[in-house]
Ligand binder design. Sequence first.
Ligand code: PGA
Length: 251
Amino acid sequence: MRRKVIAGNWKMFNDINESQNLISKLISGLNSETLKNEIIICPPFTSLSEAHKLIQNSVIKLGAQNLYFEDSGAFTGEVSARMLKSVGCEYVIIGHSERRTIFKEDDDLINKKIKKALSAGLKPIFCIGETLEERESGVTKNVVEKQLNLGLNSITEDNLERIIIAYEPVWAIGTGKTATPEQAQEVHEFIRSVIESKYSAQAAKVLIIQYGGSVKPDNAAALLSQKDIDGALVGGACLKAESFIQIIMAA
Ligand code: PGA
């Protein structure tokens, strides 16, 4: 049985005080029910170090929202994998649709970032997903397959084990529109089949595939009960401890 992995993508929300507050509420709200799942929070860079201290004695794990693929150098505004490791990150989100669209990240850059994260000992949460236009024109599977092939280019099966895939239909992110559990399941199953043909049946079987896009306490259980949905990448609803905990409970 695959474990359920619930990650909160804080995006550009929460200064240091707000981060401290949210984390203490989370820690006090978690109970033995929630322990069966893996819980990750991804605060902004400025709160990572403090978050790491606060989660020390809890089950919560730490992730960042981005990195740059070079080790160091004149790259104003960027943060390296080693820097993220040094503040206690275990995970890093790569290829989020906001990075792809607003910051023009392409599949090649995303592939470089995934490889760097892996070589530095970080676990990538690799995001893929189609736009509304692509869904409506019936090319969802082609888009997702291409993103998988390019993003995972030259990544070995050993390394794949350390990657989480997050399927996030772009039209569902921050819009309040969620894919139905059936729509999401269909794509998750397809992703698993692509991984099976690219790697092996075993690789596909153990792969964690999260769903993301307007996951809320009231739709989490239905999504997370689908056979190929192994967790959630939560944006808006992770900014309130109560709703994030309800989603974790639903898993
Ligand atoms: P949302 O964001 O839950 O607010 O739709 C999800 C994400 O961007 O990862």
